[in-house]
Structures are given as structure tokens and as C-alpha cells.
Design a binder for this molecule. Structure first.
Ligand code: SF4
Length: 769
């Protein structure tokens, strides 16, 4: 008998009752909200005394099985499992139906045991979301039959559960003995580790501003792993903004795994990779008739899963090797293993997005999860993107031209609603058709959601879903794309509120985009922070704390800590040119003094520098002037939409002992996330405050943030701008041995409110340099 293991009914059946092909071809699945409404509708149609969402628990040899049955009618002694669907039920795959029966049978066994019933009526209720029609599939079962079925499922799971319980025990024992893998902590690293340890031990969130070079990755992972057994954490998620950050986390985890004196730390580490990067057959669809790695996926999954957990180290390459050795899809094997890994390294969307895999699993399985977020200063913008959506008129029009007949009416209605919207928002055709002039996009902020257009988009979504349910052969890529666009837009429209705004941009006749733009991600993210045991957000720039607390919706008791820098003020000379204005109206006049300042510094100390500007136009003007005035100084420049190979060539120019100035745009590819230690970079010129452009959208954002937090100007302009400035300047000093200079060129850098946002370890020079 195993010591103790708890599993949800759904997870148990997913494990024991799935077989055959993986099938992710277009399935006309209702949205989560439709699903909830469908369940409520079914319950409302039942008689008095009907019990919905009935909690049930049972045990089998140390295994505890829990769940909530959808509904039970005690008078008819009927237990129901409700599934919402669209389109013909006949298209439902056999293995899907078998899974549903398995679930209702397990619930039936638990209910019979709990209420001492001798038999029960089991019903699968399939509710068609479009028509509201119920199809009932019934089975009578005795308590004995159901108990045997339950015992059979549990027995098939028991071996795995024992294995899991044993792994958990070994993992936790080993983590109790975990020691820091290096001889000493770097300056600031111990402080960071202690803060993470305390936050995770007390179940709080932590905002940790910690400078580059102190070893933040291992400085956060080590304490979190140490806390894991003490706080009975099920999972740790290490989440990054960009792919290179995942490598750093995996390297740190490899070091920690190898740090036990006599063994490898029994820790399962999984790297979650995006589908397009993990897919072996990009030209196929994800179902058994198209992709060989989807055919028979569930039949081969148990062996692949077993091999994967034995291997334990599952970065992208290792996971691919296991998957291909067992002829299963690496991407979907990764999704399965997210259920069984201890540490998961992946993109930040896996916890914070509306369909986040890890958050969904944590909710379904009641996990205690700790989340580490690297480069967290980017989370505000990333989260805004996660909760924003667009409807593209041109795309829908294109689909309409070739649409099957059944879709022409709803698509026609939508097209008419676009025209009505243009009328309502006073768009004049003249704005689009000035002869001989380039057509300029016209932009409007809408005061409310255009309800009729949203309803028309909903109807298009429902019509395409129903049509594809009946005619899956019509599922062209374009039709599926507009369907997902309509569904995503309508889902967000349902939650539209003060946290978002709606805007309309018209690029020309038949070319408009309706946007739902999230402004305050806090309203979506607050529940995500609460769902985790502890979240640690860390970055070199998390100042001021209230900006992140307010915009991310961090819990009240979140702790903010600034870790002392290992760098000394003498390493970095910071100068402010307060006699230069980089305001838009002053840009022409600013070029000469900017160029002179750069040349003067370069002559004083030749070497590699980066020069940052607010836009390509500004950059190009300064570059042209610099070339003209100082032709002997090597210069090179970032270009618009620079391909990856050219970006790499740009960085390769920063060779040790080399010389030259690289011109770049603030907030772009070279302003953060690049590492040029030693004399590969000895200085940065920053000719901008990094302020977002002054336009209708940003002014609306400012008004909204003023109304909510009383901080419109700072939250819209100053703080996001200074985060970019500090990130860019942070490229210069990467280690305690580095020496360098940062020249800030704008009079506003001398203002106390701006200087307060600069790193404290900087020693600011004379503002009149
Ligand atoms: S290999 Fe690609 S096409 Fe095949 S199931 Fe995986 S993701 Fe889908």
C-alpha cells in the first residue's frame, strides 16, 4: 500500500482511460464561459432537490480520489455528467466518449459508496450550446460493478502513484540536504536568496530588484528548492520573457542537480517549448490521419511518460529524443509531462495568460505552486498583450468572398456593422481618399464597446463553429484564423471594463482594425498571484515598487526588496548634459551638441560605446551628422526590422579591445538582454528619456491611470521611460571588474523626480557637465 496519494477524478481518468489517437484537429468546443453557462442551464431545468456540483471523495489502498460530480437527482437516483458541445455528436471520437463514461462511472462508484446505494442510473448529458438541446445517454449500473470499475482504474494508477509518492519522498529528502553549489555567495546573492526563502516560507509575493552580475537565477532557484519540502510545494515554475532566459535557468538547475556529494538530485526538470518550435511535422495537422506522431499517441504515451520521468532532465533536446524514441509528438508529450515535473522552465504566459497551462493544471489538481519570474519589469507590457485582442476588417472580408454559403449571412451582417461603426464614429471617406496623398491611418478612441458589432462577431464565431462541426473538410487555415480571432475578441469583450479601452484604426477603405487594449493588467492578474503559493518577481529594474504593485495587482502583503549592488560608484562615471533638450521640438538643435559630446568622450577614451535614441529618425539624423563631422571614428547602426543575422553581426562588432560606436534605438533589441562584459563595451550615450509617444492612446491611458491610481503621468510616461533608460545603461557594467561611463543627455535628467528613478549605487556627476 502506498503511503498517501491524492488524485482528482479527471486526472485519474485522463491517465487510465485515454487511448488511441491524439486529435487536436478543429473541434467545435464551446468556450469556458459557454461551458459554465451550459452546466447552469442543465441544472436549472432539473427538478427541486437536484444537487449540482456535488463533492465526492473515496479511497483505494492509500489513494484518495476526489472530484465534483456535475449533478445528482436523488429522486430518480440519477447521476449526471454534463458535456457541452457544438455540431453533430456523431463526430465525437470514440476515445473521447469512452473518457466521459469513465468519469461518470468513477463518480458513480464514489456516490454509491458514500450513500450506500445498491445501484444507480448514470447519464451523460450532451448539451448542444447552439440549440440548447440535450442528448442523454443512459446506463444502469450496480454498486458492485462500479466498485470493480473504480478499483480497476485505481489499480492501473496505483503503480504510477506509488512511483510518484516515492519520487516525491526522495526528492524532498534530497532537497533537505541541498547545499549552495558554489564555495561562496556573490555580493548581494545571499541577501536575495534569503529574501526569496522568507517570502516562499511565509507564502508571500516578493518584488526583488537585484542588479546584474550577482547570479539572480541561482540566487532565486536555490532558496526556492530549499523551501520546497518544508512548504510541501508541488511545483516550481521558472518563467522568462524570452527564450535565452530559459537557458540560464536550465544551466543553474543543471549545476544544482549535480551539487549533491554522492548522487544526482532527483529533480524532474522540464523545458516547455512553443508548439511551432517543438513540432516535427509543421506541414501536418495534429490528428492521427495527418501526423504519424499523433496516430496512436495515447497508446504509446504510458511508455514515453515512464521513460521521460526516469530520465528526469527534459530540456528541449532531451524531451525530443524521448518522444521520437517512442513515436509520440514532443510538444504534446511536454504538455503531459507538465503534470509530473518538479521544476518547469518556460515562457511567462504559462502562468499568466488567460489559457495558461500551468495555472490550469494547478487549479485542477490543487497544486501548491511557487512561481519565479525573471526580467519581471517586462510583465506589465507582456500582460497587457495577453489581455488585448483585435478584429481585422480586411481579414473577415477576404474570408467572406470565399466563404461557404452558410456563412455569408453572418459575415454580411458583420460587414454592415463595420459600416455602421464608421458612421457612428464620424469617419469621413475624405480622410481615406485624399488624392495624390498617401493614405494616413485615422485613429479613434471609442467611448464604449460597439455592442452591435461585437454581437455580429459573436454570431460569425458561432456560425463558423457550427459549420465546421458539420463540415470539417472546410476548415481552411484562414477560416480557422478568423474564427479564433472572433472568439478571442468576444471573450475579452465579455470582460470589458475600466481596465481596458476600445479603439478603431482605419488604414483605408475596407481596412480597419478594432482593438480591445488592456491598460491595467492587475484586474486579470490579481487572481493569478493569489492562486500561487508565492510569486517572486525579479529584475534589475523594479523601481518604484508601487508601479508594479498597482499595475500587476500584487497582493497587499507583497514584499519589495532592493538588493545592494556589488558594483561600486567608482566603476561607473555618470554624467548629465542638462543643457541639451531631446524634446521633439528641440531635436534639430540637439544634434550638434549630442554629436560633440559623443566625440569628446570617444577621444578622451577610445573603445566601444552604444548610443541610444528615441526613434530611428532621430538616430539617423545623429548618425549622419556624426559621420560627417568625425569620419575617422568607426560607427555602425541598428536598422528598422533588423534580421537576426544582422543583429548578431552588430553585436559581433563589440569584440574585446575593439573601437567604435553602435547607434541603437532605446527599448529595441540592443537596449536590454545583451551582455558585453569587460572592454567589449565601455560606455553608453543616452539621448532620450525614453518617454512613450504623446498620442491619443497614451493620453487615454494617462487619464485612466490618473483616475485609478492618481499617477497618470508617472505610470504612462516617466516610469516606463526610465525603466528603458536604466536597462540600456545597465549594459555598461556587467561585473565588479568593469569600468565605464554613461552620459545622459537631456535637461530633465537633472530633475529630482527623474533622478530618483536611477539606480542608487550610481554617483551622479555635475548636472552641468
Ligand atoms: S508533430 Fe506537429 S503536427 Fe504532429 S501532433 Fe505534434 S505538433 Fe501536431
Amino acid at each position: 500500500m502506498i503511503a498517501k496519494y491524492r488524485v482528482a477524478v479527471r486526472a485519474l481518468c485522463d491517465f487510465t482511460a485515454r487511448e488511441g489517437d491524439l486529435d487536436h484537429r478543429f473541434t467545435p468546443a464551446p468556450s469556458a464561459r459557454e461551458g459554465i453557462e451550459g452546466h447552469t442551464l442543465v441544472a436549472s431545468r432539473r427538478g427541486e432537490g437536484y444537487l449540482s456540483e456535488l463533492p465526492l471523495t473515496g479511497a483505494f489502498e492509500g489513494l484518495t480520489v476526489t472530484g465534483r460530480a456535475d449533478g445528482y437527482d436523488p429522486v430518480a437516483n440519477r447521476l449526471e455528467e454534463v458535456k457541452t458541445h457544438r455540431g453533430s455528436l456523431e463526430r465525437m471520437a470514440e476515445n473521447q466518449r469512452a473518457l466521459h463514461w469513465a468519469q461518470v462511472k468513477v463518480y458513480g462508484a464514489l456516490l454509491c459508496a458514500e450513500r450506500a446505494l445498491e445501484h444507480i442510473n448514470l447519464t451523460l448529458v450532451y448539451l448542444d450550446i447552439a440549440s440548447g438541446k440535450e442528448t442523454l445517454l443512459n446506463q444502469k449500473a450496480t454498486a458492485d460493478e462500479l466498485q470493480r470499475f473504480f478499483a480497476d482504474q485505481c489499480e492501473r494508477f496505483l503503480g504510477w502513484a506509488e512511483h510518484e509518492a516515492d519520487h516525491r519522498q526522495r526528492r524532498d529528502n534530497a532537497l533537505q540536504a541541498l547545499r549552495f553549489p558554489h564555495a561562496t555567495f556573490r555580493t548581494g546573492q545571499r541577501e536575495l536568496a534569503e529574501d526569496v526563502y522568507k517570502a516562499a516560507s511565509t507564502g508571500r509575493c516578493l518584488l526583488a530588484q537585484a542588479p546584474t552580475g550577482i547570479g539572480k537565477t541561482i540566487g532565486t532557484l536555490f532558496p526556492m528548492l530549499t523551501v520546497m519540502p518544508r512548504q510541501q510545494l508541488d511545483r516550481i515554475a521558472f518563467l522568462t520573457m524570452k527564450t535565452p532566459g530559459r537557458r540560464l535557468a536550465l544551466d543553474a538547475l543543471a549545476t544544482l542537480r549535480a551539487s549533491l556529494a554522492d548522487d544526482v538530485l532527483p529533480l524532474r526538470v522540464l523545458e516547455l517549448v512553443a508548439r511551432e518550435k517543438a513540432c516535427e511535422y509543421p506541414d501536418r495537422a495534429c490528428h492521427g490521419e495527418s501526423c504519424p506522431l499523433a496516430a496512436g499517441f495515447y497508446d504509446r504515451l504510458p511508455a514515453a511518460r515512464q521513460a521521460a520521468v526516469e530520465q528526469a532532465w527534459l530540456d528541449r533536446d532531451a524531451l525530443r529524443d524521448v518522444a521520437l524514441a517512442h513515436d509520440v509528438c514532443p510538444y504534446y508529450l511536454g504538455q503531459e509531462l507538465a503534470r509530473w515535473a518538479d521544476v518547469i522552465v518556460g515562457d511567462v504566459n504559462h502562468w499568466f495568460d488567460s489559457h495558461a497551462l500551468l495555472h490550469g493544471l494547478a487549479q485542477a489538481n490543487d497544486w501548491r505552486t511557487a512561481v519565479l519570474v525573471d526580467e519581471a519589469h517586462n510583465l506589465v507590457e507582456r500582460a497587457r498583450g495577453m489581455y488585448s485582442a483585435e478584429l481585422d476588417q480586411q481579414r473577415f472580408n477576404r474570408v467572406r468572398r470565399a466563404a461557404p454559403k452558410a456563412l455569408s449571412r453572418p459575415l454580411g451582417r458583420l460587414a454592415r456593422q463595420w459600416q455602421a461603426l464608421f458612421k457612428d464614429t464620424s469617419f469621413k471617406e475624405a480622410e481615406l481618399e485624399e488624392e495624390g496623398e498617401p493614405r494616413k491611418p485615422t485613429y479613434r478612441l471609442l467611448t464604449a464597446l460597439p455592442d452591435k458589432l461585437v454581437i455580429a462577431a459573436q454570431q460569425v464565431g458561432a456560425a463558423i463553429t457550427d459549420h465546421l462541426g458539420e463540415h470539417p473538410e472546410d476548415a481552411s487555415l484562414e477560416l480557422q484564423e478568423v474564427l479564433f480571432e472572433a472568439l478571442a475578441f468576444c471573450r475579452l469583450a465579455e470582460r470589458f471594463g475600466e481596465h481596458s479601452l476600445c479603439d478603431l484604426t482605419r488604414y483605408g477603405r475596407g481596412r480597419a482594425v478594432l482593438g480591445l487594449r488592456n491598460l491595467i493588467p492587475a484586474d486579470f492578474l490579481a487572481a493569478r498571484f493569489n492562486a500561487a503559493h508565492s510569486v517572486v518577481l525579479f529584475s534589475a529594474t523594479l523601481n518604484p515598487a508601487h508601479y508594479y504593485r498597482d499595475l500587476l495587482g500584487l497582493p497587499e502583503n507583497t514584499v519589495w526588496r532592493e538588493v545592494a549592488s556589488p558594483f561600486a560608484a567608482r566603476q561607473l562615471e555618470v554624467r548629465i548634459r542638462s543643457d541639451i533638450s531631446t524634446r521633439f521640438r528641440d531635436r534639430g538643435a540637439s544634434i550638434n551638441p549630442i554629436v560633440a559630446t559623443m566625440a569628446q568622450q570617444y577621444q578622451r577614451k577610445p573603445g566601444h560605446y552604444l548610443a541610444f535614441f528615441s526613434s530611428f529618425a532621430y538616430l539617423e539624423a545623429a548618425l549622419a551628422r556624426f559621420r560627417e563631422a568625425h569620419p575617422s571614428v568607426p560607427v555602425f547602426s541598428q536598422t528598422r526590422g533588423m534580421p537576426e543575422a544582422q543583429r548578431e553581426a552588430f553585436l559581433a562588432r563589440f569584440s574585446p579591445s575593439g573601437e567604435g560606436i553602435g547607434f541603437a534605438v532605446l527599448g529595441g533589441a540592443f537596449a536590454e538582454g545583451i551582455d558585453l562584459p569587460g572592454d567589449r563595451l565601455i560606455g553608453a550615450f543616452i539621448a532620450t528619456l525614453g518617454l512613450p509617444p504623446f498620442n491619443d492612446f497614451n493620453e487615454a491611458l494617462k487619464a485612466r491611470l490618473t483616475a485609478r491610481f492618481g499617477q497618470g503621468d508617472d505610470y504612462t510616461y516617466r516610469i516606463p521611460g526610465m525603466i528603458k533608460v536604466v536597462q540600456a545603461a545597465g549594459r555598461v557594467i556587467r561585473s565588479p571588474e568593469d569600468q565605464g561611463v554613461v552620459v545622459l543627455m537631456d535637461d530633465r535628467f537633472a530633475q529630482a523626480s527623474v533622478r530618483a528613478l536611477l539606480p542608487r549605487w550610481w554617483s551622479l556627476g555635475n548636472p552641468n557637465f
